[in-house]
Design a binder for this molecule. Structure first.
Ligand code: SAM
Length: 239
């Protein structure tokens, strides 16, 4: 069943224009068809009661338990082109609560103020679609791009920087995740294609980020995101 993020008011569901178009034209919705609508992190089963204009009535609230037990923040250095889209999509499927885009010295991708808003809106659209597809009740927040001098803006209790210089060491992070307490926020930082500079590692550790290894091999930045988030999700909910 198709799921949308919208607003519920007085027993009716209201969707964005794009989503209304999707219901009527793409999904070819008919009267009495049912869809799911998420509003304020609550899930509702709804009925289409008319198409012109589109009217969607709430039938009932459905209980659901899909989100990770702890909030996870992915801090990912700007990556070139499609890689960033893929990271946003997979990070959403893997349950992150927030994605922070980080300007790093050795990022190939550069982002200027002009195209920042355009890119952020694109990433937010990818995150919304991935949240709908993976049946989440939350769309990850994607804030403005930050640089290393703004790490203090990130709210997290357990902070880790995946540092390639630790590859193959015992600085694994499973035990850090196993020790996480209820309500604690966990942040993991992933570097760009060129890796972290020593200065960046130093600034991160001054901001409380502990260096961790993601295993013996050097992973591509996007693979490192998927690997780290998979270990976190597995440890938090399947372990
Ligand atoms: N250019 C770097 C080098 O050759 O060592 C590799 C950077 S890697 C492509 C991009 C990011 O993935 C790194 O900055 C780090 O955050 C993460 N990463 C990849 N493999 C890792 C590993 N084995 N341990 C920790 N972090 C890793």
């Amino acid at each position: 069943m198709q799921r949308y993020f919208g607003n519920i008011q007085d027993g009716f569901a209201y969707l964005s224009e794009d989503d209304q178009f999707h219901v009527v034209k793409v999904m070819r919705g008919k009267v009495n068809d049912q869809i799911e609508v998420v509003s304020d992190e609550k899930l509702f089963l709804c009925d289409i009661i008319s198409l012109k204009p589109l009217k969607i009535r709430v039938e009932k609230e459905i209980s659901t338990n899909v989100e990770l037990t702890n909030d996870v923040v992915l801090i990912v250095s700007l990556l070139k082109g499609e890689k960033m889209d893929l990271v946003i999509q997979k990070a959403t499927e893997l349950g992150v609560e927030e994605i922070v885009l980080l300007k790093a010295e050795r990022s190939i991708a550069k982002i200027n103020k002009v195209d920042e808003e355009v890119k952020l809106n694109r990433y937010r659209r990818i995150a919304k679609e991935a949240a709908e597809q993976s049946k989440r009740i939350r769309i990850p927040l994607i804030y403005q791009v930050i640089d290393f001098n703004q790490l203090d803006k990130i709210n997290a209790d357990v902070k880790m920087i995946a540092y390639e210089g630790m590859a193959g060491t015992s600085a694994n992070f499973k035990n850090k995740i196993n020790k996480i307490k209820k309500g604690e926020r966990l942040a993991v930082m992933i570097g760009p294609e060129g890796g972290f500079s020593p200065k960046e590692v130093e600034i991160a550790s001054e901001n409380g980020y502990r260096k961790i290894s993601l295993g013996r091999r050097i992973l591509r930045a996007e693979t490192a995101c998927f690997y780290a988030l998979s270990v976190i999700a597995y440890t938090l909910e399947l372990n």
